[in-house]
Design a protein around this ligand. Structure first.
Ligand code: FAD
Ligand code: NAG
Ligand code: NAG
Ligand code: NAG
Length: 511
């Protein structure tokens, strides 16, 4: 590829992704401002007894601070600007250091919070606690308790003191004047298998961004429609995040109403546009406006395209053998029709086109995607080295590195840099990395699995069978095809009562 082309590609990628990212930020801002009715532009998140557990269960942040206060207390009012100065660094999509610490507050003068404040033995206002978010969920604190997972922050009268305390806890050097995208705190450790666990948030972010790009740019056309439907089916069945599976299923079932095949210019489409525009495929928390595992050390690197790769790999290790060819075409067509980076889609499609025989093993497809990604890495590695466009902290290399999987390497000829792979081991590594480990944080926080009756039924629907004849998403679409517009409610209702009905749909071969 010529230098000119590459620059063009980088330009296109950066431009489009950044534009979308920034338009998102404003949307997020609006949404969250509206949510916090009354209090304008607070960065610390106000919690109450109802929202407390949910928010702390849901946050991607590694740590949380909870401030218990009373709105009538003068000391609390004076403290607020100090607390906000720190919260601004860590909270929200415009944060300088997003996704690390969530700063929250609870008003103990509100009646509904009385029990919650009692559980934490709040004896004076303001009182600050520190801990990992899951430890606060259903949590409590007592003054005499030793070795509690939750700690009182005792010396935090000013923003400076609070930040000093935080820095000590996290062995960091955050400063009140830090600028956005000075990501020197970023720890990259390619040989740490646990790092991908934070990637689940990026998969959600990338999924959400991808659909926003598609919707905002009206990329759904008669000729691309089928390819999007196919990809949605794949996501409904196998997206690693439950809420994205749900959102993809929701979109799938309303799709015909939103984008009818026969009437591309009818006013019905106009009418429904706002509905589609406000659709957030992974739920209202996403996009968050920042990246976790995929965060680059420079603002124009990594992010969306990294998240997309992680999504594709995670799909490839979740499918059944019988779905491997479907998945292959769904992914190739999706990238071809909807990935806004021109060079990327062309290169990728060329590699798709060079596959001569259909896949009939999930393993073969996962390994094809892996080796394709490595070919991209190899090509980009050279280009980035000569152009200096790469991310210095995340150089392109073959994956998995030896530290991550030494048994994957049968032979490594250092002079020609040729590697002979043990493909069984590579497949095992892929399945561990993009399967179990990717959703491990979610498991811990209870998002991927078992809470709520609603979640359980969806789980049953989407992963409950080995005898997949058609992609499960296709069956979902049929199951609700009879529901008229406003299908969402209908969808859930039909799910509650139609387990039997659903099983019989499995035998249908086509939509
Ligand atoms: C389909 C597709 C095609 C692309 N084509 C181009 C292109 O033609 N030109 C261009 O400039 N950019 C292209 N990109 C973008 C480019 O590949 C990177 O995504 C981007 O440069 C960001 O790189 P990264 O360092 O975040 O790592 P990425 O390459 O995005 O990888 C993300 C993570 O996946 C893991 N990983 C790396 N290699 C593998 C592997 N072989 N198997 C499994 N996991 C792996 C690593 O943990 C890595 O951090 C493409 C992206 C996609 C999704
Ligand atoms: C608790 O917080 C949620 C979310 O901010 C809000 O919707 C709800 O109205 C609050 N409940 C009370 C009783 O204030
Ligand atoms: C990287 O992660 C590995 C595996 O967890 C660990 O052994 C190693 O010490 C880490 N390296 C750094 C620099 O943190
Ligand atoms: C990084 O992003 C910021 C804010 O969006 C922008 O002002 C800055 O110019 C960007 N830096 C580079 C090197 O693109």
């Amino acid at each position: 590829m010529s230098v000119m082309n590459l620059i063009m590609c980088l330009f296109l990628c950066t431009l489009s992704v950044c534009c979308f990212a920034s338009s998102h930020r404003s949307i997020l801002r609006e949404v969250s401002d509206n949510d916090r009715s009354g209090i304008d532009r607070d960065y610390a998140v106000e919690l109450n007894a109802t929202s407390f557990d949910d928010v702390l269960k849901d946050t991607p942040a590694t740590f949380a601070i909870v401030e218990f206060f009373a709105h009538w207390c003068p000391a609390c009012r004076n403290y607020k600007p100090q607390y906000e100065k720190v919260a601004r660094l860590f909270n929200g999509p415009d944060a300088v250091h997003p996704g690390i610490i969530l700063l929250t507050r609870v008003d103990c003068a509100e009646k509904i919070n009385t029990k919650l404040c009692d559980k934490f033995s709040v004896g004076h206002y303001p009182m600050l606690f520190w801990g990992a978010p899951p430890k606060f969920v259903g949590g409590s604190w007592e003054p005499k308790q030793k070795n509690s997972d939750i700690e009182v922050i005792d010396n935090a009268r000013t923003a400076d003191q609070l930040l000093t305390w935080i820095n000590k806890q996290t062995s960091s050097s955050f400063g009140l004047d830090d600028q956005k995208f000075q990501n020197e705190h970023l720890s990259s450790n390619a040989s740490d298998p646990q790092q991908i666990a934070r990637g689940i948030y990026d998969v959600e972010e990338a999924t959400s961004l991808a659909f926003d790009i598609i919707l905002e740019h009206k990329m759904i056309k008669p000729e691309t429609r089928a390819s999007l439907l196919k990809f949605l089916q794949l996501l409904t069945a196998h997206h690693p995040s439950r809420r994205c599976r749900k959102g993809a299923g929701d979109l799938l079932v309303s799709f015909d109403d939103l984008y009818p095949t026969d009437s591309w210019s009818s006013h019905k489409q106009e009418e429904d546009k706002s509905l589609a525009k406000n659709f957030q495929i992974c739920g209202k928390e996403v996009p968050r406006g920042y990246w976790m595992f995929c965060r680059g050390s420079k603002n124009e690197t990594r992010g969306f395209s990294c998240g997309l790769w992680v999504l594709l790999h995670s799909l490839s290790v979740r499918i059944e053998d019988a779905e491997s060819q479907f998945t292959f075409t769904a992914i190739c067509d999706f990238v071809h029709n909807f990935f806004v980076c021109e060079e990327c889609r062309q290169h990728f499609y060329k590699m798709c086109s060079s596959v001569s025989s259909p896949f009939n093993k999930a393993r073969d497809f996962a390994l094809w995607l892996w080796s394709t990604h490595n070919k991209v890495n190899e090509r980009l590695g050279k280009e980035e080295a000569s152009l200096g466009t790469g991310d210095p902290k995340f150089p392109k290399t073959v994956w998995p590195p030896k530290q991550l999987c030494s048994s994957c390497y049968l032979d490594h000829d250092q002079t020609s840099n040729k590697i002979e792979w043990n493909q069984d081991e590579v497949y095992k590594a892929l399945r561990n990395y993009y399967g179990k480990t990717l959703v491990s944080l979610y498991k811990e926080k209870g998002i991927a699995g078992t809470e709520g009756a609603e979640g359980a039924t969806l789980e049953d629907l989407t992963v409950g069978t080995n005898a997949v004849v058609v992609p499960v998403g296709a069956a979902l679409a049929i199951a609700v095809a009879s529901c008229a517009f406003g299908a969402l409610a209908c969808y859930w209702r039909s799910q509650q009562k139609s387990r039997k009905y659903f099983h019989h749909l499995h035998s249908l071969k086509n939509i």
